[in-house]
Design a protein. Structure first.
Length: 139
């Protein structure tokens, strides 16, 4: 008794499916890979601190960077110091938590403390809750 193959002599689709699977994986991983990584934002060297605050659901991050020429970022958007309060007011319009708007103030170690105090005082004067961010102190 002779067995006969029911497939055609060159079953091309059977051999191309693994290649198509590999191509899909090669395309999908780079496209979706960036969605799984956290976006660090603006690189800073934060001062060490001995306290922590609870993670807030909704917050506005104000970042101050640079020793000589200071740069202020609001949620990773570069703004000028004179426009800072206006931009914060625009961001605060979409505030959903109720109460005072929570602002996380991230200031680089190289920024003079007087400048940091001035920015913090401006934010407090407008009624924002200001949280000073820093690196946890190592024990």
């Amino acid at each position: 008794m002779k067995l006969e193959m029911s497939l055609p002599q060159r079953p091309g689709l059977i051999y191309t499916m693994p290649v198509l699977d590999i191509l899909v994986l090669v395309l999908v991983f780079p496209l979706l890979g960036s969605a799984f990584t956290t976006d660090a934002g603006i690189e800073l060297s934060l001062p060490d601190t001995g306290h922590r605050f609870d993670r807030m659901e909704h917050s506005i991050v104000v970042t101050v960077k640079g020793a000589d020429e200071k740069q202020i970022y609001i949620n990773r958007k570069l703004v000028k110091e004179r426009d800072m309060l206006g931009e914060l007011a625009k961001e605060a319009v979409s505030w959903q938590s109720g109460g005072a708007v929570g602002i996380i103030l991230r200031v680089d170690e190289r920024v003079p403390s007087g400048y940091k105090t001035r920015i913090g005082d401006q934010l407090l004067a407008k009624g924002y809750k200001v949280y000073d961010a820093g690196n946890p102190a190592s024990k």
